[in-house]
Design a protein around this ligand. Structure first.
Ligand code: ADP
Ligand code: AMP
Length: 216
């Protein structure tokens, strides 16, 4: 399949590496990456109405209500033949709304990639995650440190820690994932578009596994 026919969902617990891998693939294949988390954080930073509505849920590690998120994704997908969704859908209601939207256009999802990583590794990764508030680059103080101390390699901006990357909020995000998002596995598995990929290993190794799943 040509890369421009890909409509991919990246599923998996927080910190599994979805954003890292989605960014690499989007660049490599020249298709759009849509991260609901990135869009919401930008809205919070800019103090928009969306940001004001979403902030308290995000700070607590809870999900932002489905109605808000579904409206957002409709705008983002409109007019795009191919895309990678990172962090959406996260509930069955969102997954069904997405199917309805895509089916109307006769362009259903082509792949769902579940990136699997054990809880304790997730806590290790997320407590060491640092992000660039300007260009969105993602680093890890242990696994993928910036070249100079906590400064973005790409644009030179001082890195920050996300406010929800604190251990208590991470534990809540993991609980929310198991309760609300993990049921999507059964939903997609039945459709034959579901692939589970081991997310433990180097970024390059995981990328290779994902590309194998996409071409299989
Ligand atoms: P998600 O989008 O699933 O929340 P990220 O892509 O932001 O996850 O990755 C979470 C953290 O783990 C980041 O600090 C990132 O640099 C790091 N990371 C991503 N992939 C790997 C990997 N294969 N091995 C170790 N650390 C990783
Ligand atoms: P992420 O960057 O994907 O880890 O998302 C960060 C936070 O944004 C989550 O903990 C939620 O509060 C919110 N969020 C992102 N995507 C969604 C979604 N699809 N549904 C509900 N909330 C979301």
């Amino acid at each position: 399949m040509a890369h421009d026919g890909y409509r991919i969902v990246f599923l998996g617990p927080p910190g599994a590496g979805k954003g890292t891998q989605a960014s690499l693939l989007a660049k490599k294949y020249g298709i759009k990456k849509i991260s609901t988390g990135d869009i919401l954080r930008e809205a919070v930073r800019n103090g928009t109405e969306l940001g004001r509505k979403a902030k308290r849920y995000m700070d607590a590690g809870e999900l932002v209500p489905d109605g808000i998120i579904i409206g957002l994704i409709e705008e983002q997908i409109a007019g795009h033949e191919s895309f990678i969704l990172d962090g959406f859908p996260r509930t069955l209601v969102q997954a069904k709304a997405l199917d309805e939207l895509l089916n109307k256009q006769g362009k259903p999802l082509t792949h769902v990639i579940f990136v699997s990583v054990p809880d304790e590794e997730i806590v290790r990764r997320l407590t060491a995650r640092r992000v660039c508030p300007k260009c969105g680059a993602v680093y890890n103080l242990v696994y993928n440190p910036p070249k100079s101390d906590e400064i973005c390699d790409v644009c030179g901006t001082p890195l920050i820690q996300r406010s929800d990357d604190r251990e208590d909020v991470i534990r809540n995000r993991l609980r929310v994932f198991k309760e609300s998002t993990a049921p999507l596995v059964d939903y997609y598995r039945k459709r034959g578009i579901y692939h589970e990929v081991n997310g433990v290993g180097s970024v390059e190794e995981v990328l290779k596994r994902i590309e194998e799943a996409l071409s299989g």
